[in-house]
Design a protein around this ligand. Structure first.
Ligand SMILES: Cc1ncc(COP(=O)(O)O)c(C=O)c1O
Length: 409
């Protein structure tokens, strides 16, 4: 494990007792990220054991070297990378890992470095130009590569997702046939991939997308070796309680089984959020209260980018030794920078007596929270502590209430 920056001078808890309240008692001036390796490992094991195919971790969701190691130890051997920075990082941290370059638009130099220096053999594409680029960049002395796994990304509906990824990438219907035929000729293994959008709230997203894959295979009449259903597997946040992940897996399995592909073809997925959302939360301090607005010491340019820019709601709790009995009320947050945009509308429910000097825990920030923070305006602390309590919510609990699979811990 990599060493954590520990301004609090805390030793990692061995007792399993240390959580947010104990961190708050130390009155840290800067925000502190709480890391839960056990939660990330549990998520990895879940995908490894229950997804009916291979699970690639989408590194962009959280590129922490510690997390990469935890997922590797949990059985995740393949990694979806999208930039040369991620390729170099995974090569360094997990030299035995298999990397799949799943960004459909890459610089030619980057493809060459990935192929020749980092043994990357799997690339996605959504245009003929990108296919030509990959073939050129991986050729040597006029000889084209014969060991490429090429995945053609098709555009699918993102209507079930909370965060659409449907506009930017993906071959359109008219381009699919010639692209699949050309990629088949250049590939050792040919695949089709898609992304249903992040935080897909219904398994139907995958069933509908797999029906598009079926249309594409029939249209192009090519042999397909890999079907990659991408990311989009949800986590749990206030107001976003998805069906259980097993339902997604069985819908995907049924959709895959119905495809005109051979028995030896492989099913892949690329979860980001679902593997790491529960890994981290954040302890922040309230520096000021103005009515129902709390000024906290992390924000839009820190760990709370999505809370500010797309109105994502995270679970919050007040960290006091004695629980407040004051009725809860709805609050919005301001972050620490001098910028009006540094505002998280929420609403975030907290006891009505919360005020300056109080500490809060903001949960479920392991995905696209820690990964996106900046040092803008001199803020942006990297202090972190490993804790052994449970995340504020989980999709991987075992004692699910009858009404829902979401376990509030
Ligand atoms: C190609 C690709 N795969 C996987 C992911 C991970 O998606 P998610 O975090 O929704 O699972 C993304 C996210 O942007 C992506 O672009």
């Amino acid at each position: 494990m990599h060493k954590h920056h520990r301004p609090l001078g805390l030793a990692t808890s061995q007792s399993g007792a240390r959580g947010g309240v104990e961190i708050a008692k130390l009155r840290p001036v800067q925000p502190v990220t709480l890391l839960r390796p056990h939660a990330a490992r549990r998520a990895a094991r879940f995908f490894v054991e229950k997804f009916p195919g291979r699970s690639l971790y989408a590194v962009k969701a959280n590129p922490s070297p510690d997390l990469l190691q935890i997922l590797w130890d949990g059985g995740i051997t393949h990694y979806d990378v999208a930039s040369i920075g991620e390729v170099r990082l995974v090569s360094e941290v997990l030299p035995g890992a298999v990397q799949c370059f799943m960004h459909p638009v890459k610089a030619e130099e980057v493809i060459a470095e990935a192929y020749f220096e980092h043994d990357v053999r799997t690339f996605s594409l959504d245009t003929m130009e990108e296919l030509e680029k990959i073939v050129r960049a991986t050729s040597k002395d006029g000889v084209v590569a014969s060991d490429l796994n090429l995945l053609v990304r098709i555009r699918v509906d993102n209507q079930h997702a909370k965060l659409s990824l449907g506009a930017k990438f993906g071959a359109s219907e008219a381009d699919i046939k010639p692209l699949l035929i050309a990629a088949r000729q250049a590939a050792d293994a040919l695949g089709i991939c898609f992304h249903v959008g992040s935080q897909a709230m219904s398994p139907a997203a995958y069933a509908e997308a797999l029906a598009r894959v079926r249309d594409a295979i029939v249209l192009a009449a090519v042999t397909v070796d890999i079907v990659d259903v991408g990311g989009g597997f949800p986590s749990v946040y206030p107001g976003m309680e998805p069906p259980e992940l097993e339902t997604y897996f069985s819908v995907i399995h049924a959709g895959f089984e119905a495809l005109p592909v051979s028995y030896s073809s492989e099913l892949w997925c690329e979860p980001g959020r679902a593997l790491c959302a529960e890994y981290a939360s954040l302890v922040v301090r309230v520096e000021k209260r103005r009515g129902d607005e709390l000024y906290i010491n992390d924000g839009a340019y820190g760990t709370l980018f999505d809370a500010a820019h797309i109105g994502w709601r995270y679970p919050v709790r007040l960290l006091r030794e004695a629980e407040s009995l004051v009725r809860s009320a709805d609050f919005s947050f301001y972050g620490p920078t001098c910028d009006d945009l540094d505002r998280m509308a929420g609403p975030f429910a907290l006891p009505g007596d919360v005020g300056a000097g109080d500490y809060l825990e903001i949960g479920m920030l392991g995905a696209y929270g820690c990964a996106m923070r900046t040092g803008f305006n001199g803020f942006g602390s990297v202090a972190s502590e490993i804790v052994e309590d449970e995340p504020m919510a989980s999709l991987y609990g075992t004692s699910a209430p009858a009404r829902t699979n979401v376990v509030t811990l």
